[in-house]
Write a new protein. Sequence first.
Length: 260
Amino acid sequence: MIGVFDSGVGGLSVFGEIIKLLPNESITYYADSANCPYGTKSKEEIILLCSDITHRLIEAGCTIITVACNTATSAAIAHLRSNFDLPFVGIEPAVKPAALKSRTGTVGVLATEGTLKSDSFNKTRELFAGNVRVISTVGAGLVELVERGETGTPAAEKLLRKYLEPMMSEGVDNLVLGCTHYPFLSDEIRKITGEAIQQINPAPAVAQQVQRLAERHGLLSSSDDKPEYQFISSDGTCVLARMAASIVGEKAKYTVRSLR
């Protein structure tokens, strides 16, 4: 079984890409909505939360875990890899492809405070974005908006305009979605930017890495049975259940439960 976790529902953007590539694999998804957002928490807090979630996913039978959260990857994945004997796949802002694809020489990164302050993000920017100008913006309030199920609302458009219009005026042509919640705002972003800005979502690349690692370690299912998906929330399940249903549809059996 594959484990996937995030600070909330955002990691479902990664979950959706994984089931496209690995339609026969059962998956347990853990949304830590009770502690969302992670972006303003300390590294120590995030490590404790991620370690607890990892224990829960292992108890559920997971043999490979995807940290589908940029902030959690930055803060905790090194600790998880050192303390748990199973493969982990992380996610980080896709600065490299944004820089390579840029025509204007200016790219934008929309992410949480924790991600933009992390050593891993800054090292990635130095390694792969030395020839472009990077405009980094904290998307304060966007995670909470997605967690409340308020995508496609006037409030979402207003908040996104606050972050995107300054980038547009600076000539940004590629926008890195540096939080797994943000792909769920993709339509609103496109409404504001039109074709002027290309969105860079790392979720498909993460799913490919999950597939590679699972194959390498011999962890893929050999059964022809339909996969089963479990969705667990540390808080309420309303938004999680609605979003999970829209992604899974009739593809497999699934359950949604809350630990609250």
